[in-house]
Write a protein that binds this ligand. Structure first.
Ligand code: F6R
Length: 353
């Protein structure tokens, strides 16, 4: 039920802090310690490479998951778009594990890969929001997202749930950097709430930057780049503004030619190591007429930054950074009178290849 919300998407955006807390309670033991099915942990621990297969928003969560598995667990990981895997299979290692990430658990592109790798005799694991879904039934193991039903076509809370579950799994597999995931997630749930409280700001920014624009760019580096890919998918799919997420350093290699007077360019800066370089990319596009907006983390922020996020762990920052971008998409679509919960040409679960 939508309750007092005018759209499911808004409701689902604002449920995200609760979903993070729900995931923490579902994946903890009676002492409050993080835990998951030990056979799942062992399967990830024992494989020589993890292959993450997904589509759309779930693929974007997978890109962040790869960073967790490689940086936290020391496990080589490759993320492959499901519909590409069939024709362009990467050279597989001897003992791979296939992880499917799918909110619905019904996506045909993922299922085609699942059928194929099962035929090849490999182990499979599905992360899904839907208990008893096809992918869940057909793979060896399942991890549930506990996000509650996601009704709006544009995925929001399933994305953050996927990232949260991936962070927990990766640290249980092997926590070589000694990150305290639960402590960080609790902090992030609170940060998410404060970000949701700032929605009037996002509405004004959507009005100023986006409503009258034909196109838009999100730019960022490293973790921020992956967030930019998801932020741009959200904006384009519900507001129909053509939006691309770009690695900030790649702009000058061609795409900067598209910047015109007032083209909106939204930069994301949540990691210290990329701050200065992304800032100089902002200057480059500004000099060519772009209307720039910055989303930054407090300790890296400058006075003129439009959206500032309280300091949180840099690896987990995408969980919070994505929130203002979900609202920007929501308000851009609202102000353009688009059908927010049911954008044109799209279906909630894609059951054809
Ligand atoms: C975008 C969106 C889609 C889905 C994609 C995969 O907002 O929702 O890109 O993420 O169709 O769907 P699932 O996760 O159900 O496999």
């Amino acid at each position: 039920e939508k309750g007092t919300y005018s759209h499911y998407m808004m409701k689902e955006i604002e449920e995200q802090p609760f979903v993070i807390r729900k995931i923490m309670s579902e994946y903890s033991d009676e002492k409050g310690q993080m835990c998951m099915d030990s056979s799942i942990i062992d399967n990830v621990r024992n494989c020589d490479k993890l292959y993450i297969i997904a589509c759309g928003t779930s693929y974007h969560a997978g890109l962040i998951g790869k960073q967790f598995f490689e940086k936290i667990s020391d496990k080589p990981t490759e993320v492959v778009i499901a519909s590409e895997f069939i024709y362009n299979m990467p050279l597989l290692t001897k003992n791979p594990l296939f992880m499917f990430i799918s909110q619905s658990g019904e996506t045909a592109d993922c299922r085609a890969v699942l059928v194929k790798v099962k035929e090849m005799g490999y182990r499979t694991l599905t992360l899904t929001n839907v208990k008893g879904s096809t992918l869940s039934r057909e793979s060896d193991n399942t991890l549930l997202l506990y996000a509650g039903p996601e009704i709006a076509v544009a995925s929001t809370k399933a994305y953050t749930a996927q990232i949260a579950v991936l962070s927990i799994l990766s640290s249980l597999v092997n926590n070589k950097i000694n990150i305290n995931i639960f402590k960080e997630l609790s902090k992030i749930a609170y940060t998410m709430e404060t970000l949701c409280d700032d929605k009037e700001n996002y509405k004004e920014l959507a009005e100023k930057y986006l409503v009258n624009s034909r196109n838009c760019f999100y730019i960022g580096r490293s973790m921020d780049y992956f967030v930019c890919l998801e932020a741009s998918l959200k904006l384009k799919e519900i507001s129909y503004i053509q939006t691309e997420g770009f690695a900030a350093g790649e702009l000058k290699h061609g795409t900067i030619a598209l910047i015109e007077q007032n083209t909106p360019v939204i930069a994301v800066i949540t990691q210290e190591c990329i701050n200065l370089n992304t800032r100089s990319n902002i200057k480059e596009v500004k000099a060519r007429g772009a209307a720039t907006m910055v989303i930054s983390m407090r300790s890296l922020s400058q006075e003129t930054d439009e959206i500032v996020i309280d300091d949180i762990n840099e690896l987990l920052a995408p969980l919070a950074t994505i929130i203002p971008t979900q609202y920007l998409a929501y308000y851009a679509a609202l102000l353009k009178n688009c059908d927010i919960d049911k954008p044109r040409n799209l279906a909630k679960s894609v059951t054809v290849e």
